[in-house]
Each structure stands twice: as structure tokens, then as C-alpha cells.
Design a protein around this ligand. Structure first.
Ligand code: MF3
Ligand code: CO
Ligand code: CO
Length: 276
């Protein structure tokens, strides 16, 4: 594991964290992942997205952690809940889920000053074949990207691996949204794009913390914002999916801080009985 004693920065200004910083991120990521697990049984027909957000607020209190999004740039909720053609930053409200909806829930918490940021897809009732394929391809594209992370490789290697997987399945990456560095701060350097060329961009260095969070569309990727100025939707109303993990670069690879403790990150797993 990480042997840096002191926090430092790369020439590009990306923070390099210490072994004890990894410990902080592990704990924060674990809480975010547990909360996303707890949502699995609750994303059902008839529930409003506001009720799901209230549930997350109550879990955040129970864990004695803080929401990173409440009060962030004027945002007032503990989750972003993005249904169907909402690409991201959907605001929880009076909408009631119906069978066939595909839903991304994104939670960021702060534990002892460290940020844990993760999102995943939930399906309501029985999903359409095409939607399941979208969810599968997006999930796998995230992991193709994560597999590239190790000291010496580059952010371009990550981005090109994500994009190649998506294109192979005749889908498209929504390029205007990216992952981000995080740690003591919610959004910091580097900007993590989910496209690009191998060997380009900054090199991964042990101690970097960031998210990988590709959004994939079944159709066009042009995005417009609703009047609330948060909700990002595809202009042609194509359905989208997104998965997000928070990771740290280790000596010989990376560590995912937001792994599901009950292995329910992927929606084909979450309706299965939980093995204890
Ligand atoms: N959690 C989102 C991300 O992945 C950011 C949400 S910011 C908010 O970066 F203000 F919209 F909540
Ligand atoms: Co994020
Ligand atoms: Co997020």
C-alpha cells in the first residue's frame, strides 16, 4: 500500500494522498455504497423520487455523516435521481416511478472530511431488453476504464477504453459530463473524461483520488437543461445510463472505495437474495 507520508501535488496540481488518506476514503466510500445498497428494495413502482431522497437523508443521519450535495452550489437534496432520458442531476420531486423506468441514483457523503461519491442504475419492474443492454454496456464500460488505472498509464488510456467499449455496442458517451478528483474537496483536479486517445493526458500516480462516471446514451448525446438549470436531459429523449465509482491509484493498480458490501452494484444482482 501507499507509502507517502505527506500529501503533495503533481506538476498539474493533482493532489497525491497518503496511506491514512486512503483509510479515510475507504470509510467514506463504504457509507455511500451501503446507502446505495439500502435503496435496492425501495426503488419500486409508485414511490416518488422525493421519498427516495428522504430515505437517503435518514440513512445519512443514521450513519452520522454529512451530505456533500445539500448546499452545494445551491443544490438542496441528498441525491440526484435521474430517470430514463434524464442524463444526470435529476432533482428529487413528485414524480412517481412506473414499471419500465430506469433510474440512476447518485449519492455523495462526507465522513470525517472525506468524500464518497457513487451512483448506479436501478430498474423498476421488468425492464425492456434495450434498456438492460444499455445498463450492461455502461456498467462494463466503467470497468473497462477502471482496469486501465495503474501508475504509468494515462487518463487517455482510461477514456479511450470506456469509449471503445461503448462504441463497439453502437451506443454513445455523453461527453459534456466527466469524472473529477475528490478527497477533502468534492470537485477538484483532475477532470476525468470518458473518451480520448491512448497514451494521452496526465499519467496516473499513486495517491490520486478521483471518480469515473460515464454516461451512455442509446441515441443522440446532445444535452439540454430544464428550467431548474440542474436537470440534464437528452435533447432527443434517448434513454441514458450512468455508473460511478470513487477510486484511488495504488502502487500497482487502483482501489475502488465505493464497492457494494452486498455485491449489488449491478441491477441484475440486486433483486437476488442477499448472501450473508
Ligand atoms: N454526485 C455528482 C457527481 O458525481 C454531483 C452532484 S452535484 C449536485 O459529481 F449538486 F447536483 F448534487
Ligand atoms: Co462524481
Ligand atoms: Co456522483
Amino acid at each position: 500500500m501507499k507509502l507517502l507520508k505527506r500529501r503533495s501535488k503533481t506538476q498539474d496540481g493533482i493532489v497525491l494522498h497518503t496511506a491514512s488518506d486512503f483509510e479515510g476514503m475507504r470509510k467514506a466510500g463504504h457509507v455511500a455504497a451501503q446507502i446505495l445498497d439500502d435503496l435496492c428494495e425501495r426503488v419500486v413502482p409508485g414511490v416518488t423520487t422525493a421519498a427516495l431522497d428522504r430515505f437517503v437523508v435518514s440513512r445519512i443521519r443514521a450513519h452520522k455523516v454529512k451530505s456533500a450535495t445539500i448546499g452545494y452550489r445551491g443544490y438542496r437534496h441528498a441525491t440526484c435521481i435521474s430517470v430514463n432520458y434524464v442524463a444526470c442531476h435529476g432533482i428529487p420531486g413528485s414524480y412517481r416511478l412506473v414499471p419500465g423506468d430506469i433510474v440512476n441514483i447518485d449519492v455523495t457523503i462526507i465522513r470525517d472530511g472525506w468524500h464518497g461519491d457513487s451512483s448506479r442504475m436501478y430498474v423498476v419492474g421488468k425492464p425492456k431488453e434495450a434498456d438492460l443492454r444499455l445498463i450492461q454496456v455502461t456498467h462494463d464500460a466503467l470497468f473497462r476504464g477502471l482496469e486501465q488505472i495503474r501508475p504509468g498509464r494515462t487518463f487517455g488510456d482510461l477514456g479511450s477504453a470506456v469509449e471503445a467499449h461503448v462504441k463497439k455496442h453502437h451506443m454513445a458517451v455523453v461527453k459534456i459530463f466527466s469524472g473529477h478528483g475528490l478527497g477533502r474537496k468534492f470537485h477538484q483536479k483532475p477532470n476525468v473524461v470518458h473518451f480520448g486517445q491512448p497514451n494521452e493526458g496526465p499519467v496516473f500516480v499513486e495517491g490520486m483520488f478521483f471518480t469515473v462516471e460515464p454516461i451512455v446514451s442509446l441515441g443522440d448525446t446532445e444535452i439540454i437543461f430544464r428550467a431548474d438549470r440542474w436537470t440534464a436531459v437528452t435533447k432527443d429523449r434517448s434513454r441514458t445510463a450512468q455508473f460511478e465509482h470513487t477510486v484511488g491509484v495504488t502502487r500497482d493498480g487502483m482501489e475502488i472505495f465505493t464497492l457494494s458490501p452486498t455485491d449489488r452494484f449491478h441491477p441484475t444482482n440486486y433483486q437476488l437474495p442477499v448472501q450473508v
